[in-house]
Design a binder for this molecule. Sequence first.
Ligand SMILES: [Zn+2]
Length: 88
Amino acid sequence: MCAIPDCPNPPARGPHCWGHLKRKQRRKPVHEALAEKYESPWHRFVEATIAYNDCNSEDDRAFERVRDNLRKSAMAYVESVIAKRNRA
Ligand SMILES: [Zn+2]
């Protein structure tokens, strides 16, 4: 798990998850919990896409994790679009 206490995310490169790694790179306070939820499935998908793009593909396990997350977030987005359509 991520090196930040109480963070439930898997580590990306090194000891931190993608969210905390990004925070570190942006020189923002690292020792804080990340925002609980994404604004929307679309935002989640965008974040997953960025993580996928940034992933070091030489690390097979990290790449697999990021790719899996991208796939799941894409499915969640599609499902949210279908759900919205069915409500209309
Ligand atoms: Zn974290």
